[in-house]
Design a protein around this ligand. Structure first.
Ligand SMILES: [Zn+2]
Length: 99
């Protein structure tokens, strides 16, 4: 489950925003080539993006799937979807731009 909005007191502890609010005791380590490609793609992401699911007017957060290096959107309604509107299963590792 992914959360794109601000976390409130009632929200579960696991959220994307946890990265901003706490200091995890680890760092993710990526191969240099993958890191450089993700950095290059992340630099091209926009701040907000409309959901790619037909008929959905929600605004989502553009992200990159770290494994496949594909762009996807975190929609508050549809969760994680690819740019063609298909949903992404599981809980893949995500990256986004450091705006
Ligand atoms: Zn949507």
């Amino acid at each position: 489950m992914f959360y794109t909005g601000l976390v409130t007191a009632a929200a579960p502890l696991l959220s994307l925003e946890d990265n901003f609010w706490s200091n995890p005791s680890f760092r993710l380590v990526l191969p240099r080539g993958k890191r450089d490609r993700l950095a290059e793609r992340a630099a091209g992401l926009t701040w907000r993006r409309g959901c790619s699911v037909a008929g959905c007017r929600a605004e989502g957060m553009p992200v990159l799937l770290v494994d496949s290096e594909l762009e996807a959107i975190l929609c508050p309604v549809h969760q994680l979807v690819l740019l063609d509107g298909s949903s992404v299963e599981g809980e893949p590792m995500l990256a986004t731009a450091a705006w």
